[in-house]
Design a protein around this ligand. Sequence first.
Ligand code: TYM
Length: 335
Amino acid sequence: MADEKKILYSGMQATGKLTLGNYMGALKNWMTLNEEYECFFGVMDLHSLTVRQEPAEFRKRARDLFALYVAAGLDPEKNCIYFQSHVSSHAELSWILSCFTYMGELNRMTQFKDKAAKHADNINAGLYTYPVLMAADILLYQADVVPVGKDQLQHLEITRDIAQRFNSIYGDVFTIPEAYMGKAGAKIMSLQDPTRKMSKSDENANASVYLMDDADTVRRKFKRAVTDSEAEVRYDWDNKPGISNLMDIYGATTGKTTDEIEKEFAGKGYGDFKMAVGDAVAAMLTPMQTRFEELIKDKEYLDKMIKQNDEKAYYFSQKTLRKVKKKVGLTENIR
Ligand code: TYM
């Protein structure tokens, strides 16, 4: 019975073009886990507002992200895939939780520090309270598990701290969520500078593989990936970050272990290895791209799924929100 399943919650910002990092760190694990859990996946469009968006482009990206979740293999009849901004409970709980979050905690968030440095002309309050909204996302659905990449672990920690603080005052209101990370792919690095995370916002287009890159582009980007001057495919992050990153990508794509990969490419040059990685990734992305192109044209189906799932998310989230409001002593709304 669906009710007996544990709950999984995750989402992505509807900003920029998704990368292989987003796929490996998040989407891929969502697909592995989605049969086992009752799943909620948000298109995190409210979070995207912390950085200025061009409205028409933003609207399109958010809808594309919804379709991409489906194209990747998440059935919207079985998984609740919805838009964060369509479910008002998120903004409401976020406000309440912000009154249970200390500035000292938010000051420690590395993502805030990074983003503030990058957008020095727009260090807005939303950027600062971003983790509180993320905590609200997760806690509203009473999530047991949250599959994310490594860069989101600090946000998961603060979510747990806020939940525990709230529970210690009002009783067991929130489930305390656990992060989930896959064995390989929790942190995919830039192909041009393997000491930096692969990111949507990298100015060098060769640094990131985008999920919508065609097969030739994918192969070309891997061919140009920065490696080292040895010619040995060996897993060694300290001395060979470029090759180790490619091994993580190849491992996450094919399911092979680092040992198996080292054996497969023993005595072969980097050229062969890069070609194999490019081919494997292209073969993984192409079917998803084809499905995406079909889906995005099917307005009627997408609209139906969006409506259905927005309603489900609203219904589910309101149960928690009502409880929270009652606990903190807000008067009942009898409208
Ligand atoms: P976002 O949109 O930056 O990234 C979406 C997911 O992709 C993962 N990721 C990576 N994983 C491995 N290697 C990389 N190079 C890489 N780059 C990104 C991220 O860890 C993430 O899992 N704050 C979140 C969105 C969010 C959310 C939530 C997530 C809002 N509310 C509630 C989970 C639960 C974010 O900005 O992710």
